[in-house]
Design a protein around this ligand. Structure first.
Ligand SMILES: *Cc1c(COP(=O)(O)O)cnc(C)c1O
Length: 418
């Protein structure tokens, strides 16, 4: 009997050493699992970072792999095919700040990712981990952007993909997923139905890596790169306030984790920061719980144009409440009309066209400023997580040409009043 037969293949996920349950801290080896069998709470990646210097990061590639020493990915991750997201621009938004009556706002413009949303970040990390675990199919239930990111990443890696979406999804998000030619399946049901179906399939198909189900602990770590980039782009410091849209709540909790890790590693000063959450009123379970001072989240049936955020039963809801309360932030929600006005305000002031989720973030920031919850004198970052071209139906019929005229200069002058 040899030792090799008894030991399972050990995985190389860089600095990641084990999984830890969020509630009671039970430890277990790195594996494609997402719930602790001990306390049934979500599993999270634990690390042994060792020494990480700013120079290690600054000399890295211009994508999220510059932070590979802070992520659960193999040390040679950049050598395998992936969509190389990240290093999107951080825009100083003075005209938006003026319109909102605050001193300084930065817009983190994640429309610049390969499939035009922040989901490319989480999928790239999930794919790297899934490859190490020996999977060959990338799968997900999605509210839209994840579908794009999974189908594209699988195509680039030469993997199969299985993508499940609610059949009511925006046309653009369906077409921009279907084009990658994986298995796209529209389900008659809402996202929470699709998610339940995915959880069932994940337990039946052992070779499928459902990025946000069975490899969720790795997937969710990808959102930390938003915090890392913002801090690096600000000259290695944390912003005082940041506004983050909430769907499952994963992104918000991991932006906080990213800022904390940078502080713990001495890569930034331990300056205080507040995290604010943004939801659409038509799907605002976390905002409602925050307002009522609850620490659990009551599921809702979503009804909003912000479909990418339409998760009625958010997995990380209670952890979002913890994070926002601990940092001294707040959570608000805005109507669909305010979402459209948010989209138009950002476009008009900064030349950035965001999807409905970005409209939620901008409109929520406005509401928080008006309510005195966001400090107008503190520096604020808005996470703009997706591209307006994917949700054209939100602005359809509300904007358009000033006039349609014959090809005559006079007609144009007349319209413009010259
Ligand atoms: C998925 C998504 C989010 C939020 O995701 P979480 O599930 O809360 O991590 C935010 N913005 C856009 C555009 C998204 O697609």
């Amino acid at each position: 009997m040899t030792a090799a037969l008894e030991t399972t293949k050990s995985v190389d996920l860089g600095p990641a050493v084990e999984l830890v349950s969020k509630e009671e801290g039970h430890r277990q080896p790195l594996a494609p699992e997402f719930v602790s069998p001990e306390d049934f709470s979500p599993l999270e990646v634990a690390y042994d970072f060792g020494k990480v210097r700013r120079e290690d990061i600054e000399s890295g590639p211009r994508n999220i792999w510059r932070y590979k020493k802070l992520l659960p990915v193999p040390s040679n991750v950049e050598e395998t095919p992936n969509t190389e997201p990240g290093c999107t621009r951080l825009v100083r938004a003075d005209r938006l700040a003026k319109a909102l009556g605050v001193k300084r706002i930065w817009v983190k413009d994640d429309t610049g990712n390969p499939t035009h949303s922040f989901k490319d970040r989480v999928v790239a990390v999930a794919l790297a981990a899934a490859r190490e675990f020996g999977f060959d199919t990338l799968a997900c239930p999605s509210t839209g952007n994840l579908a794009n990111a999974v189908a594209a990443a699988a195509a680039r890696a030469g993997w199969q993909s299985v993508v499940l979406i609610p059949s009511s999804l925006e046309r653009a998000k369906i077409l921009t997923t279907a084009v990658y030619d994986g298995s796209l399946i529209a389900v008659d049901g809402n996202y929470d139905d699709v998610n339940r179906l995915a959880t069932q399939l994940a337990s039946e198909h052992e070779s499928w890596a459902f990025v946000n189900v069975n490899v969720r602990p790795y997937y969710s770590e990808g959102s930390k790169t938003l915090a890392f980039e913002v801090a690096e782009q600000l000259g290695w410091r944390r912003p005082e306030q940041i506004v983050v849209p909430i769907a499952s709540g994963s992104q918000l909790t991991k932006v906080d984790k990213g800022f904390r890790e940078l502080g713990q590693l001495g890569l930034v000063d331990e300056s205080p920061y507040k995290i604010f959450g943004a939801q659409a009123t038509g799907c605002s379970p976390v905002s409602t719980a925050f307002r009522n001072g609850h620490d659990v989240v009551q599921p809702v049936k979503p009804d909003t144009i912000a479909r990418s955020l339409a998760i009625g039963n958010p997995a990380d809801g209670p952890y979002v409440l913890d994070t926002v309360n601990r940092t001294g932030g707040a959570i608000e929600d805005v109507s669909d009309e305010e979402v459209v006005e948010g989209i138009r305000l950002l476009a008009r002031t900064e030349g950035i066209f965001t999807e409905t989720a970005g409209g939620v973030t901008v409109a929520t920031a406005k509401k928080l400023i008006e309510a005195g919850k966001l400090d107008p004198d503190a520096e604020t970052v808005l996470l703009i997580t997706g591209d307006g071209l994917k949700t054209l139906d939100a602005v359809e019929g509300k904007i358009g040409p000033k006039a349609t005229v014959p090809p005559s200069a006079d007609a144009v002058r007349k319209v413009l009043g010259y």
